[in-house]
Design a protein around this ligand. Structure first.
Ligand code: ADP
Ligand code: X2W
Length: 299
């Protein structure tokens, strides 16, 4: 390194540190729920950067909780088994055989991959799903969609798709006081004895709401919510979000994400952001810099 580049570098580092430290203090002992979407996964280098961010948050005194998805990975497994994926209103229609595969992929392979990546960063991650410690109970989802032609609301039968109806924070409170970082798969039992497949965004929202989290971050594969011209909307009000769902600008997997953001705001989660998980260190950039990234949902 030459003598001229050294001071510049040091100055940049000092500026970054002086910017980050107040944010680190702000989040000390606070809960940050990070939803790690299936579309943001898959690249080893990005995965390691994500795991490092989570490890660093824990080391800085923050209480990070990871809720992960795995929609594309479930889709690939189903197609290998000759089962076609079908979605309605952004949710996977889930019959009895599909829910078994969903649980295997989410709570089995993906969950353990994320745990291993965080542990490789020197931390103690623990893989869980809603069944562990009676953490989450679900009921069959009662999702409705508006029929565009008749303008009448239609109830969807999505099979074993659930909505979280009870969240018991006992286990998560215990883990927050420990060295452990919970990594949670969005599968939960019903009081009826069935296993339910829950959209990971919805699940993350329920966890964030029950824990009164300071931040709920959704890591996906787009920069945030995009408008009709595919431009990033940096700040989105609840009213505008609802209008964009109605007119179809927000569609597919972005619907449960935005609906969850709205519910999380209503439950008192302070900051709800949708951002690009394909940006290296997206979590640290969002939490520890002035500018943040992605779409911030505001009341
Ligand atoms: N208005 C919109 N802005 C951004 N993405 C949108 C919008 N409407 C639909 N989408 C889709 O939502 C996807 C993100 O949701 P999803 O596929 O469920 O991702 P994840 O696996 O991260 O949860 C984007 O890749 C994009 O195709
Ligand atoms: C009911 C429902 O749709 N469940 C989702 C659960 C996984 C998920 O949500 O994964 P992403 O976050 O990667 O989309 C599914 O079966 O695909």
């Amino acid at each position: 390194m030459s003598a001229t580049t050294m001071p510049d570098n040091a100055e940049t580092q000092a500026r970054l540190l002086s910017e980050a430290l107040p944010f680190m203090q702000k989040y000390e002992n606070k809960t940050v729920v990070v939803k790690y979407g299936g579309h943001a996964m898959g690249d080893t280098d990005l995965g390691q950067a994500f795991a490092r961010d989570i490890a660093l948050l824990k080391q800085s005194g923050v209480n990070p909780i990871v809720v992960h998805g795995g929609g594309p990975q479930i889709g690939r497994m189903l197609s290998q088994m000759g089962i076609e994926s079908r979605f309605e209103g952004g949710l996977r229609v889930t019959d009895a055989e599909t829910v078994r595969i969903v649980e295997m992929v989410l709570a089995g392979s993906i969950n353990k991959e994320i745990v291993a990546m965080i542990n490789a960063e020197g931390e103690w991650a623990i893989g869980l799903c809603g069944k562990d410690g009676n953490m989450v109970f679900a009921e069959k989802a009662k999702k409705t969609v508006l029929d565009a032609e008749s303008n009448i609301e239609r109830v969807l039968d999505l099979g074993f798709v659930g909505e979280p109806v009870e969240v018991d924070r006992t286990l998560l409170d215990l883990l927050a006081r420990s060295e452990m970082i919970p990594v949670i798969a969005p599968v939960a039992p019903g009081r009826d004895g069935a296993t339910y497949n829950i959209n990971a965004d919805t699940f993350a929202g329920a966890i964030a709401g029950a824990l009164e989290a300071s931040r709920l971050l959704f890591l996906t594969d787009v920069p945030g919510v995009l408008d009709k011209n595919k431009e990033l909307i940096k700040e989105l009000t609840v009213a505008d979000a609802k209008a964009l769902i109605r007119d179809g600008t927000i569609s597919g997997g972005m619907i449960p994400k935005v609906e969850t953001c709205i519910e999380a705001l209503e439950r008192g989660v302070e900051g709800v952001v949708i951002l690009n998980g394909k940006t290296r260190h997206a979590v640290l950039l969002e939490l520890l810099t002035e500018h943040g990234a992605g779409t911030l949902l505001v009341p």
